[in-house]
Write a protein that binds this ligand. Structure first.
Ligand SMILES: [Zn+2]
Length: 106
């Protein structure tokens, strides 16, 4: 009974994380497209909604761009650490004559 509740909570957390990731990715993508589309915007009035939207999109892309870069570096460090640990286990757990059950006479 408690196992199914834990699994259900685990699935909800995974789905929530996936939904947030997709939502942020779409936000960054559409913000970048908007900035690219309005790159040559010539403003002639105060409180221009396009300029305000561009400022919001620019800050959103800058903030999440740095977060994505940090996450990519952290992921690369994690993968490198896992590879180093795996290689150290292979070195430390090298087969010995005893583990291979070789009989050593004399
Ligand atoms: Zn404008």
């Amino acid at each position: 009974m408690s196992v199914s509740k834990a699994t259900g909570t685990h699935i909800v957390k995974k789905l929530s994380a996936a939904f947030i990731c997709i939502w942020l990715l779409l936000g960054v993508t559409f913000s970048a497209f908007f900035l690219a589309k309005e790159y040559d915007h010539h403003c002639h009035m105060d409180d221009c909604p396009i300029c305000q939207t561009m400022a919001v999109c620019e800050s959103f892309v800058n903030e999440l761009g740095s977060v994505i870069l940090t996450a990519a570096v952290a992921f690369a460090c994690l993968v490198l650490t896992i590879l180093l640990i795996k290689q150290s286990f292979e070195i430390l757990c090298a087969p010995t004559p005893v583990s291979c059950k070789v009989r050593l006479n004399n």
